[in-house]
Every structure is written in structure tokens, then in C-alpha cells.
Design a protein around this ligand. Structure first.
Ligand code: LLP
Length: 431
């Protein structure tokens, strides 16, 4: 049975707020975010002209508002995400003159990135004048029909990709994403025929990859940029920046990564004779480490030789372990406030009526164990680094309400989404 050697950890606070008090006031399971951690991660990327938050990672409008105040732009992959961006104070167009001062081409505060327009998304981008990053050539004619003369970004699949899981690899033949690199000449003809101007180029090869793979993208992008030519004003390195989840993992060398992309940008500026805006599009990097799921231990039991700690959060709350075998650090906040010096080797599971509802599992659904401080019913178990692809992938499976979300800033917690009620669960249904 695989296990990890992580030191059992006790945790009584999140960003200066008491875990016990948070659970008492808001109930469990509960998502808690550390505002200052998100700000810190935004500022880590200050060298880039534009940091564009891939809000699919964590789209609560309070979080979007927070990153907006840090000067971060936003990506939207659906009409719902456009709606969220607007609700958080983003506008489709930047204030006039804001980019000219830096000698840079204008920025699009909201970009719609997808491989298709569903009909409501096409209506929304046309009505609001939102810039589109097109991952298929069919999108070009559909957009041109509604917004004649629009400028567009092309999302290009460079023919290779990498992710923390095969399910998050977005490049190569195994991925549906982006316009295939070899099709660029043909797609440029289609864009010209449709009367569109190609001003942006974007590549995103996968999520949770490593810098060695990401670095290969800069060269691939440069090649396609030369094919597009002087209409190009913005290049985007996409997202994919990793964060350390497991003990022993470390943060990536961001300054080396920027230097690499900056060199690519400068080369293109020399070729084209004008400034090029350099964007990065992280999701996970900005919010993963800020987020915690606070759960309550509701049962501790043995199945033969294996001990299970069952909590009130399941894969309805945090789906990453069941989907990808993802590892999330865990800590314990004992109910009695006392230390629990004795470590225990346990599997951690949730309340759902499905065997796969296990947080300590490896890819393929194999149950693993974790060394945790000995847990008792009533203790709080905190699942960490859950701020990216956490709440946004939560579901109502087993008719469980979506949890509340709390943002802690300066030690003060603020409820930013109320827990769903039983009536929320059946809203819109008819007998
Ligand atoms: N840009 C594009 C076009 C993307 O498709 C994504 C992620 C990102 C940026 C942000 O990637 P990040 O910086 O967060 O790695 N549910 C999975 C991750 C799916 C990512 C989908 N696209 C997980 O929990 O790991």
C-alpha cells in the first residue's frame, strides 16, 4: 500500500483566522481562501506586461475582484465566466490611453478563450465586444459574421503538450485544443477572407506541467508568429505554471521563465518593428496555495487492517483526487485543542455513496494512506492547496449542497458565497 512520509501536521489557523471558529460560524465542509497569498502570487508575476487569470481555476467574484485590484486581467471560457468577470468589475475594453503610456499595444481586460462558440457565448461576445482567442478555424467565420472586421487571437496547438495528468495535457494530436500548427497558413487565409485581423497568438500546452516542457513553447510560438507577421501585437505563453503540492516539491524558477519569453518577445519586436505585449495566463499559480477545505471528522473505522478517517467533504467538494489521483496535503485541528502527538496511518474518505470517494488515492483509483495526527470524531481535517480547481469543480452529487466560501483578509474572515440550502438543490425542478 503506497504511503507518504509527510510529517503529521496540526493546524489551528488559516491566514490568522481560527479554523475552529471558521467551522463553528460557517459549518463544514467549507472553502477558505487566504487573500494575501493570492496577492503575493499576483505580484510574483509583475515582470509580465499582462497577467491574465484563467478564472476556471477559482471564479468566485470576490477572488476576481481581488485579482482585478492587483492589475490582473481575466480569461473567460464561457458566457458564465464573462458574466462573472463583469460582476467583478472588469470591462470589455481598457480605459483609453492606459497602455499607450507604456508604449504597448492596448490590453483586452476580458478575453474569451475556447475551441467553439456555443450560441450564447457568440451572442455575448458580439454584444459586449469581447476579444476572442479562437481554438478552431470555424470560430473565425462565425465571429466575422457577427462582428465584421474584428481582431482575433489564434490559439495554436504546437503539436506537443504536457500536463500533471494526461487529462490536463492540451497539446499534440491527443488534444482537441487549438488550431493545429501546420494549418496556420490555411487558417490565415480564412481569417483574411473573413475580414478579420489576427493580432494575438496564444499557446497553452497543459496544466500542472513543468518549466522544462513550458520552455519549449517559446520557440514554437516564435515560428508561428513569423508566419502571422506584422499584424501581431500580443503573444501569450498560456498558463500551466506548477505549484508544489507534495512534500519536497519546490516553486519553479519564474524569473528564468520570464527571461526566456522576454527574449522571444524582443526577437519578434525586432522582426516586426513594433512593440509586442507579453501575456501569461495562470490559473493554478494564483490561487492554489491560498485555498483550504475545512472538513469535520465524522467517523473513524477499521476495514480489516486499514484505518479510515471519514470526513464530511467528498469528491463532490474537491474532485481532484478522484479525477487525477492528485495529492493534497492535509492537517488536523483537534476538537479538544490538544496536541495529538501519535501519528496514525490512515486513508481519508468522504460521505458519498461511491467507493472512489477517497482523498488519499493515486492515479487509477488505488487507495493510499497518509500519516496524520491521530484523528477523532469532531476534529477538523484541513485539505490544503485546494484553491485551484477546487470549488469550481464541486458538484451536487448525492444531492449535497455546494459548500460556503470564505475569504480571509488581514485575519478577518468574510463570507463570499453562502452554502447552498436544500431548496437551492431542487430549484427549477418540476414534478
Ligand atoms: N489557459 C488555458 C487555455 C487553459 O486551458 C488553462 C487550464 C489555463 C490557462 C490555466 O492552467 P493552469 O495555469 O491553471 O495550469 N482541473 C485540472 C486543471 C485543468 C486545466 C484546464 N485548463 C486540475 O485540477 O488540475
Amino acid at each position: 500500500m503506497p504511503t507518504d512520509a509527510a510529517r503529521p501536521v496540526l493546524r489551528r489557523e488559516i491566514a490568522g483566522a481560527s479554523v475552529a471558529a471558521l467551522a463553528k460560524e460557517h459549518g463544514t465542509p467549507l472553502y477558505v481562501y487566504d487573500a494575501e497569498m493570492i496577492r503575493r502570487r499576483c505580484r510574483d508575476l509583475a515582470a509580465w506586461d499582462t497577467v491574465r487569470f484563467a478564472q476556471k481555476a477559482c471564479s468566485n467574484i470576490a477572488i476576481l475582484d481581488l485579482v482585478r485590484r492587483e492589475g490582473v486581467m481575466v480569461d473567460a471560457v464561457s458566457t458564465g465566466e464573462i458574466h462573472r468577470a463583469l460582476a467583478a468589475g472588469y470591462t470589455p475594453h481598457a480605459a483609453a490611453g492606459s497602455a499607450a503610456a507604456a508604449g504597448l499595444p492596448p490590453v483586452h481586460p476580458i478575453v474569451y478563450t475556447a475551441d467553439i462558440f456555443d450560441r450564447d457565448a457568440l451572442d455575448a461576445v458580439a454584444k459586449l465586444g469581447i476579444h476572442c482567442n479562437c481554438g478552431s478555424a470555424d470560430m473565425l467565420e462565425q465571429l466575422a459574421e457577427r462582428v465584421p472586421g474584428a481582431s482575433v487571437t489564434l490559439r495554436v496547438n504546437p503539436g506537443f503538450g504536457h500536463g500533471h495528468s494526461q487529462k490536463t495535457n492540451t497539446g499534440g494530436e491527443g488534444s482537441k485544443h487549438g488550431i493545429w500548427h501546420a494549418d496556420i497558413p490555411e487558417v490565415l487565409r480564412r481569417a483574411e477572407w473573413a475580414g478579420l485581423s489576427v493580432t494575438g497568438l496564444h499557446m497553452h500546452i497543459g496544466s500542472g506541467t513543468d518549466l522544462a516542457h513550458l520552455a519549449e513553447v517559446a520557440g514554437a510560438l516564435e515560428q508561428v508568429a513569423r508566419e502571422i507577421g506584422r499584424s501581431l501585437t500580443t503573444i501569450s505563453a498560456g498558463g500551466g505554471l506548477p505549484v508544489p503540492y507534495k512534500p519536497g516539491e519546490v516553486h519553479a524558477d519564474l524569473s528564468g521563465y520570464f527571461t526566456l519569453w522576454d527574449a522571444t518577445r524582443k526577437k519578434l519586436e525586432d522582426v516586426f518593428g513594433h512593440r509586442i505585449r507579453l501575456e501569461i495566463e495562470p490559473g493554478r499559480y494564483l490561487t492554489a496555495e491560498s485555498g483550504y477545505v475545512v472538513t469535520e471528522v465524522r467517523a473513524v473505522k477499521k476495514q480489516g487492517g486499514r484505518k479510515y478517517v471519514l470526513v464530511d467533504a467528498g469528491f463532490n467538494t474537491l474532485a481532484r483526487p478522484v479525477l487525477y489521483g492528485s495529492y493534497h496535503p492535509m492537517s488536523l485541528c483537534p476538537a479538544d485543542g490538544h496536541a495529538r502527538p501519535e501519528p496514525d496511518e490512515v486513508a481519508v474518505g468522504g460521505p458519498l455513496c461511491e467507493s472512489g470517494d477517497i482523498f488519499t488515492q493515486t492515479d487509477g483509483g488505488f487507495v493510499a494512506t497518509r500519516s496524520l495526527p491521530a484523528a477523532q470524531v469532531g476534529d477538523l481535517l484541513v485539505i490544503e492547496i485546494a484553491g485551484a480547481y477546487g470549488f469550481v469543480m464541486a458538484s451536487n452529487y448525492n444531492s449535497k449542497p455546494l459548500p460556503a466560501e470564505v475569504l480571509v483578509d488581514g485575519g478577518t474572515p468574510r463570507l463570499v458565497r453562502a452554502r447552498q440550502t436544500p431548496d437551492d438543490l431542487i430549484r427549477g425542478e418540476r414534478v
